[in-house]
Design a protein around this ligand. Structure first.
Ligand SMILES: NC(=O)c1ccc[n+]([C@@H]2O[C@H](COP(=O)([O-])OP(=O)(O)OC[C@H]3O[C@@H](n4cnc5c(N)ncnc54)[C@H](OP(=O)(O)O)[C@@H]3O)[C@@H](O)[C@H]2O)c1
Length: 392
């Protein structure tokens, strides 16, 4: 690999912007076959000249969790493949959350070296087309992303990002996008008075969370556990019971075949991270006072399917942007942001405290290690305590 740096060029009319050209560096992509997610290849391509107005970001590190596998599994239905298209439509680049730095800039307001947090492909670099640059963030306005949800097109400038601290990048990449959802689920349920589950005289509401060992579920449990009058029940596979119990945010933890330990007449809400159709049907059948059924994820990727012929309430897809919109209208976007940051700081401090049981970070560097880590996360049988950070 040859790295060639041209002399710095100043663009005096536009202040301090610096343009540095980097030639000769290969682009590395992890490509996944869209119809067979276990089939991957590393694509190496020569780096092309960067068009005017764009920035080339060196993707330094990114997290890989089941959330990213769900992006791939729903890549066509939910348009996740469209963020980072490939030349061959049979192969896709899975979006991931992570950090990168501007490596080359043909944009007058973004300097080489600026660190960004956002949505990247599983690659070593990505070219972005920044729109209006605000002090805190910009959006990628590339035409192929124009119709996609703005939340994924936003890149945070870490120098002013209230979530950012330099020593917690792994924690942020692994947990931040998931915790935002967790925070919103908790807020949504409380905002709707738990759909009546907390209003049944003499009975405590049972909030049932599947895939309780997942980061999004335990972030939700962490939030819900701070509420009065609810029991947060974690449902998980036998091998992950001890982990879920060690977190201390579940009132109790049951395996998927222990639903009989939930009183059939207890008022319940089901918060579904597993997306397992058989389990969903069993819960809807067993819990006669199921007040609400919220569909969040699909970690049990091989068991996901439709929600037809369900007893009780219909399974309702949780749409985080709707709750963001509602709260932004009520609290203002600044008020919402402040509450989220406050929630994040409390959660992150809890997870990061010395001797914490929640998260141990495993680093995977280079093409082979990245492919191996991907296979591990896809199989889904790993230690839920381990969070995988990857770099190509
Ligand atoms: N709707 C939204 O806006 C939104 C936002 C964020 C996340 N989510 C969803 O929430 C889910 C959790 O994501 P995460 O990143 O937090 O997960 P994670 O931490 O990687 O979860 C790992 C856990 O998921 C289960 N699992 C994973 N792969 C599996 C497999 N192949 N077979 C069986 N079980 C498997 C296991 O839990 P158990 O043994 O406990 O089942 C495992 O311990 C994802 O489906 C994600 O898409 C949705």
């Amino acid at each position: 690999m040859h790295l060639y740096l041209s002399p710095k060029r100043w663009t005096p009319l536009l202040g301090s912007a610096v343009c540095i050209k980097v030639w000769g560096m290969n682009t590395l992509n992890l490509l996944v076959r869209k119809d067979a997610l276990g089939t991957t290849q590393i694509q190496t391509a020569p780096t092309l000249p960067l068009p005017t107005g764009q920035v080339r970001v060196r993707i330094e590190r990114f997290a890989l969790t089941s959330n990213n596998i769900t992006y791939a599994a729903m890549g066509d239905a939910m348009q996740y493949w469209r963020f980072f298209p490939t030349q061959d439509a049979a192969w896709g680049r899975i979006p991931v959350w992570g950090f990168g730095s501007v490596q080359e800039s043909n944009h007058p307001l973004l300097e080489v070296g600026e660190k960004l947090y956002g949505y990247f492909p599983m690659a070593n670099t990505v070219d972005l087309t920044p729109g209006t640059i605000s002090p805190a963030y910009f959006f990628d306005i590339a035409p192929h992303r124009a119709e996609l949800h703005p939340v994924y097109n936003q890149y945070m400038r870490t120098s002013v990002d209230p979530f950012y601290t330099a020593d917690t990048e792994d924690l942020q990449a692994l947990l931040r996008p998931l915790f935002i959802t967790s925070w919103l689920i908790d807020d949504f349920l409380a905002d709707n008075a738990f759909f009546g589950a907390t209003a049944v005289p003499g009975q405590r509401a049972q909030l049932l969370l599947s895939s309780a060992s997942s980061k999004t579920a335990y972030g939700t449990a962490f939030q819900l556990a701070q509420r009065e009058g609810v029991d947060v029940v974690g449902l998980t596979s036998p091998g992950n019971v001890a982990f879920c119990e060690s977190l201390g945010c579940y009132s109790r933890v049951l395996t998927y075949d222990q639903l009989d330990q939930i009183a059939p007449d207890a008022p319940c809400v089901y918060v579904d991270f597993a997306g397992n159709t058989t389990l969903r049907k069993a819960i809807h059948t067993h819990c006669q006072q199921l007040k609400f059924s919220s569909s969040i994820g699909a970690t049990h990727v091989s068991e996901m399917g439709g929600a037809k012929d369900l007893p009780g309430p219909k399974a309702t897809l949780f749409f985080a942007p709707a709750q963001i919109k509602k709260r932004s209208a009520e609290w203002g976007s600044q008020g919402l942001g402040q509450r989220m940051v406050q929630g994040w700081r409390k959660f992150a401090a809890h997870v990061a405290q010395p001797g914490s049981a929640w998260l141990v970070v495993a680093q995977h560097q280079g093409p082979e290690a990245v492919q191996a880590a991907y296979q591990q996360v896809l199989a889904g049988k790993g230690d839920p305590r381990v969070g995988h950070m990857l770099s190509l």
